[in-house]
Design a protein around this ligand. Structure first.
Ligand SMILES: C[S@@+](CC[C@H](N)C(=O)[O-])C[C@H]1O[C@@H](n2cnc3c(N)ncnc32)[C@H](O)[C@@H]1O
Length: 340
């Protein structure tokens, strides 16, 4: 599996699990809260453009998800187009954006903007999408944005600034930080110049100052047209099947939230989903078994613990828990013989 397939596969899986959660983790609870968060991000984009803003512009959203930002931003511009690597996100965007005539969305490869001609857009924006991309993918997008932007066109984007260890290429959700000078050099090499930094938090009420630099928008202007780097061997490199720490953590916290709200069904569904692609998560196995026992689904709990002992034969605690459970079940239903 190469990086394109991996990004598509992972983001489709997340969108299928719970679209709003994987898009706006702090604002996913219901559609109204989710929509309001989109409004705030849209306001922050217009504020970041400041005196450059023109309603007549045509804009592009990279990593648009289901169109959380496209929807409120559509009132501010003539035409907007959204692209996303995930077919599932784009499919759901058709519903979320229904009835908005000046917005269109497309599934793209996740590494280029081939479907668009040269110098097509007045501005390009991206929010909480570049931060998840492997570095070479972000670099490639900068080249492509240079190509599809008109001369002097603007790029409004969010990227975490700071020094943190990088994540492996195959991790499609880890948050990647960029040292300010590294970013500046990248932009210069790809024909851009940083022109403005807004101090507004994209996800908070307008005017609130940033406490940290995580969600701020940067604005860069296309100064020159560049020749793209043709060295893209990394595109075909095989991605290892390694699980992502953040991906697992996010499933676990979603399930925990469900339990706190008394929604055991959704928690069970989430643990099961996580275990299908990360059977190494002992926490998920144990929590799943615990919820099943709590609900009195002893047979299912036995089957879960049996699967756990098969997936992790050396995990002695699982064998002990399974034995205890089998014993308890036998005591409750003495006529039934243990399965599993
Ligand atoms: C956290 S969501 C944010 C969605 C949207 N920007 C918003 O703020 O509502 C990240 C989005 O980026 C998309 N994405 C991830 N990698 C991508 C890539 N290489 N190219 C295009 N989209 C990508 C994901 O599918 C997902 O929809």
């Amino acid at each position: 599996m190469n990086i394109v397939t991996k990004m598509k596969h992972d983001w489709d899986r997340r969108a299928q699990h719970h679209t709003r959660y994987w898009i706006a983790t702090e604002d996913y609870k219901n559609e109204a809260v989710f929509a309001e968060s989109g409004q705030r991000t849209a306001d922050a984009i217009v504020a970041a453009l400041g005196p450059y803003y023109k309603k007549a512009w045509i804009g592009l959203d990279i990593g648009c998800g289901i169109g959380r930002v496209l929807k409120p931003l559509s009132f501010h511009f003539r035409q907007l187009i959204g692209v996303d690597v995930s077919a599932e996100m784009i499919m759901k965007s058709k519903t979320w954006l229904q009835g908005i005539p000046n917005v269109t969305t497309f599934e793209t490869s996740g590494v280029d903007l081939k479907i668009f001609p040269y110098r097509h857009f007045d501005f390009v924006y991206s929010y909480v999408a570049f931060q998840h991309m492997p570095r070479p993918v972000f670099d490639r997008y900068l080249e492509e944005i240079n190509r599809v932007l008109k001369n002097q066109g603007l790029l409004v984007f969010q990227i975490p600034i700071g020094n943190q260890p990088d994540a492996p290429m195959e991790d499609t959700i880890a948050v990647r930080f960029y040292d300010y000078h590294e970013l500046n050099t990248k932009l210069k090499d790809r024909g851009f110049e940083l022109i403005e930094v807004t101090k507004k938090h994209a996800g908070s009420p307008q005017g609130r100052e940033l406490r940290h630099e995580f969600h701020q928008f940067l604005v860069a202007q296309k100064i020159t047209t560049i020749r793209p780097d043709i060295n893209v061997g990394w595109l075909q490199a095989e991605c290892r099947e390694r699980t992502s720490f953040l991906d697992t953590h996010m499933y676990l916290s979603f399930a925990e939230n469900c339990l706190n709200q008394g929604d055991q069904e959704e928690a069970i569904h989430t643990y099961e989903q996580l275990l299908t692609h990360n059977p190494d998560s002992l926490e998920a196995w144990l929590k799943l078994a615990t919820v099943l026992i709590d609900r009195g689904n002893i047979d299912q709990a036995v089957s879960t613990l049996t699967d756990l002992t098969h997936a992790h034969p050396n995990y002695r605690a699982a064998h002990r828990t399974l034995d205890n459970l089998l014993q308890t079940r036998q005591n409750i239903e003495p006529t039934q013989s243990p399965t599993g």
